[in-house]
Design a protein around this ligand. Sequence first.
Ligand code: ADP
Ligand code: MG
Ligand code: MG
Length: 902
Amino acid sequence: MAKYVYSFGTTGTDGDATMRNLLGGKGANLAEMANMKLPVPAGFTITTECCVEFLAEGGKFPAGLDKEIATALKKTEKAMGMKYGAADDPLLLSSRSGARQSMPGMMETVLNVGLCAKTIPGLIKKSGSERFVYDAYRRLITMYSDVVMEKAEDIEPAEGQGIRVQLEKLMNSVKKAKGYKSDTDLTAADLKTLCEQYKVKVKEVLGREFPDDAMEQLNGAISAVFKSWNGKRAVSYRRIEGLEDSWGTAVNVQSMVYGNMGDTSATGVAFSRNPATGENKFYGEWLINAQGEDVVAGIRTPSPLNEETKNEQNKHLDSLQKEWPQLYKELAGIRGDLEKHYTDMQDIEFTIQDGKLYMLQCRSGKRTGTAALNMAMDMLEEGLIDEKTAVMRVEPAQLDELLHPIIDPEAEKSVAEFVRGLPAGPGGACGEIVFTSSDAVAAQQAGTVCILVREETNPEDVEGMRAAEGILTARGGMTSHAALVARGWGKCCIVGAGDLEIDAAAGTMSIDGKAFKAGDVITLNGTKGFVYEGALKMMDATENPLFKKFMTMADKYRTMGVRTNADTPEDAKIARDFGAEGIGLFRTEHMFYGVGAEEPLFILRKMIHAGDDDERNAAIDELAPFVKRDIKDTLAAMDGLPVTVRLLDPPLHEFVPQSEEMLGELAKALKISVDEVKKRGADLHEVNPMMGHRGVRLGITYAHLTEMQIRAILEAASELKKEGKHPQPELMVPVTCTVKELDFVKPIFDRVKAQVAKASGVEMACLYGTMIEIPRAALCAARMAKTAEFFSFGTNDLTQMGFGFSRDDIGGFLNDYLSKGILDADPFQTIDQEGIGQLIEMSVQRGRAARPDLKVGICGEQGGDPASVTFCFKLGLNYVSCSPYRIPIARLAAAQAALAAE
Ligand code: ADP
Ligand code: MG
Ligand code: MG
């Protein structure tokens, strides 16, 4: 039988940091810290496997668990020299969730478990403080009734009617009646009465007594933590983060230490380096006489850890360094030990009980993209990590944020902020104010960019935070939930703008008599923590030299190529600056769109509406110089690098004019009536154009069009070559489904190539290849490769035709499919490895079997998605091709894939 329970503490530790899948991140690290002989209160971890069994059995402890818990509890009691449930010097416990990947605030924790009529007097005697004991007791009743008796029982109270809120109301009314400012003003007698009121309320609201038995409390708290894995917030967080539902959470049962035992006790959280900027300074917040979530909940403004990291909000408060230098020194020492041990930035929870320091948690801290990059480069410099590790330290998707917009510093100079907060998530954001999470989601769906403004965010706001462009809160610190979550997503976020008065119900916020309402536009500078009225000009973050250095280092380990999808010389240039090693997809039709396209478009329309072959061929010849110029400019911009030019792809009907004026001009040029023009255009209409007369099918019907394009490519290249340049064109035939299509075009290609070589006196190399975007082409890859010298997977169409999902209509049901768990992700954003992936894998194998030096790439949207890049690497693709701004992401993802495979 599997072992369910692993102990940690001075009486023996069974686990370590490598066991995070089984023990969860928190449990594995508690064990690791215990192994490092750091002061960790003893306890035990019940495994994630046990959680999975517990949930599968409909919420029952698996056989044998009770016994293992009893044994582990004895060990814990021995380590602490106290007994759980004893009248004399009782041990209390916490029951803490912890999945293999951290999900901040998404699951539940219950503190002070074991306080009951039998143990209360003993704890009062031991601590000498009645106030402390009843403070702990009221916290237990609150957490337990909320987590165990309400949430775990799937009770869904009406908005604002949850038991936690109702109990907090009771406490606030006492505070108000007595004129107290802070929770710490409540006296022992106040708290004692309050606890009695709490228990009555619990019975009244939930219909059950708050349990007065220590063992019942413990079993209830363990079960509830297991169940919290399937809580609403946790499930929605996993959807967003793409975490597996099947993992389960571990439960950590740990001896309580008390940060709320009076003025020589405290609790705090810290980061071994600044998680927003990466700066190598010990950074954190703490509160005297407080417990657990007090620091992050924004109840009182937390104090700074040390003098050098004080800020606007807390500069008037004493730092731990100043208040208790000895304890600060000890903590700073542990910070150093942990960083050396884990060789990464650590996020730490600690508690001071009556002048003694305890460690309650450590984990690799969430960080912004900027911080990830800066820390990786710093730690490399410090010799803490090597180059390969540094490359692995930045998540490819996080680079996006480094390339993200900031407020134009010039625009920012000329205005004054109306409020300041803490810079919790960097970059700039500008949008309309919304005051609730659901409004943010609605705004996003309506295509409105919004800023979510909240008094403070709580984990229930996750989806709104996701939907908003930026987040602004009046309360909370750098380690508040809003800050943690925003940072994880690289989202612009300002917290603790304390001067703001927010009335979410009325939909207003105000400051110094100045009022804003929902829909008003504001701009955030998340790097400084400044908020401005109206819309400020934004700009792209200038490339910083550290970024360039990092990318160069990543390229050292990268083996797969990264190209770009670019249709213009301008895009090609941007892509080159971002490190593109060629163009994987140059769409020739782009020359017919947008400004400056009027002339070629008109000729194309003449061709489309031509009455016979002669007329059509004449129009095609008229078009030739434009096509050649377009290709030449792009080949020049990508000089020395390969450019895959795709033959005309879209159905011709897309280019049919609509305006009467244009129809008239066209009629004049073709010397026919407007009605005839309309008729010829209408004849091109197709019921299902995506699967209609397009791609190579056009090129076969109109062979002269194919010939003209091929000639344009080869002539453009030979002209450049004569000018001393190094063009590397590749010809790509789209929408093929049989090798016979390729075999039809190939002789034209060969003939034109010979002609151009003869005429120009320059022999041009040019690969001949095809897109693989129709499942039949993938199936027949061996044959396709007989003629094609390269394949480029057009994964947009391959996904469309492989799934039978219309690219243009999937929006109608995609959200249903995602929320109901039928699809794990949008297959148009990330390659469906299970299904479409097979088509790709098979094509590569069969294609290379037929032609060992077959070049293979991908040019669909997914080419810039990190998971898809990794997949392409595994299949042995020569390159991925993506839009210019995603090139750094693809480069890093490819480097990491290569390192992971070493
Ligand atoms: P989360 O995963 O949301 O951070 P935790 O399990 O870490 O939840 O617990 C919530 C809070 O309770 C934290 O501040 C933690 O430090 C505190 N806490 C948990 N266990 C104990 C304990 N045994 N003694 C004192 N404080 C504890
Ligand atoms: Mg924690
Ligand atoms: Mg296509």
